[in-house]
Design a protein around this ligand. Structure first.
Ligand SMILES: C[S@@+](CC[C@H](N)C(=O)[O-])C[C@H]1O[C@@H](n2cnc3c(N)ncnc32)[C@H](O)[C@@H]1O
Length: 273
């Protein structure tokens, strides 16, 4: 990981400010990813532990398959939306707090999920915490859904807007083509954990899988998506408004909207039986 990728508590706590917007504009994860995780995990009724469940983008997909889930979420505003979204799911329990402070009370899980949240957990402790939370034979499933701009010319212009406003870690840092073909082949943060997992040495059967889908966003929708990300949340409201307005003008001058490739990149690993 680079210096930009270090856990930054300011950034990790910004999502709650826009919990409702996050819930509306953020994309979920490919159905095929959920199927892949469940086939690998072969849960047979065992429950899953979800780290940083947010508003439930991944939670709801797993709950729809009848998986009982304990969801850990430290931000009370995200947790409130999560509780509302999962109120109809009898097997879902939401617990407040960070994974680092969570007490298992001896309970072990068949599956540990982290959807766009693993990088927020303390890098010194996360492998220990995950290992301890899993039952022997249990599955670790870490996944992210980065997106890249399909048109390299649009990407270059938007990257220049970001540069002038001092933004880092936006989807404009590289075109979709730079994401390559392999899972985790990203141009920077948050860092793909496969090597770290191998170095840790306690997990086996590592499997990395990528799912890709094309999506077109209308300008307003795209600006709302950007505004829900930590790169934009850490800006002052004035600066955020200015950079989003400029981004919108760039898109509208080219006919409006933007074409993106959405990746769902998944790393699976197992705690040996
Ligand atoms: C980018 S959001 C992802 C939310 C959801 N999993 C999703 O895919 O939409 C990251 C989430 O991780 C949570 N988080 C941050 N630090 C955490 C920690 N130390 N332990 C558990 N969750 C954490 C944040 O509150 C936030 O809800």
């Amino acid at each position: 990981m680079t210096a930009d990728d270090q856990v930054d508590m300011t950034r990790s706590q910004v999502f709650g400010e826009v919990a409702e917007m996050y819930d509306i504009v953020r994309p979920g994860y490919a159905d095929a990813l959920v199927t892949e995780v469940l086939a690998y995990a072969a849960l047979d009724g065992q429950a899953a532990l979800e780290i940083g469940a947010g508003t439930g983008k991944a939670t709801l997909s797993f709950a729809a398959h009848g998986v009982p889930l304990v969801c850990i979420e430290p931000d009370p505003r995200m947790a409130e939306v999560l509780r509302r979204n999962t109120a109809h799911c009898r097997g879902v329990r939401v617990q407040s707090g960070r994974f680092e402070d969570w007490r298992s009370d001896g309970r072990r899980f068949g599956l540990l999920l982290a959807a766009t949240s693993w990088h927020w957990v303390d890098g010194e402790r996360r492998w220990d915490l995950a290992h301890d939370a899993l039952a022997p034979g249990g599955t670790l499933a870490l996944f992210w859904n980065p997106h890249g701009i399909r048109d390299p010319e649009v990407q270059t212009v938007l990257a220049e807007v970001d540069r002038r406003h001092g933004l880092v870690g936006t989807p404009h840092r590289a075109p979709a083509s730079a994401y390559g073909e392999r899972p985790g082949h990203w141009a920077g943060a948050p860092g793909w954990p496969e090597e770290e997992c191998r170095r840790d040495g306690r997990f086996t059967d590592l499997r990395a899988v990528r799912f890709r889908e094309h999506r077109h966003y209308a300008t307003d929708r795209y600006l709302a998506l950007l505004a829900s990300t930590s790169a934009y949340r850490v800006l002052s409201p004035d600066r955020r408004e200015r950079v989003l307005a400029e981004t919108g003008r760039v898109l509208d001058a080219r006919g409006g909207g933007i074409d993106m490739d959405h990746f769902s990149d998944l790393l699976l690993a197992r705690r040996p039986a």
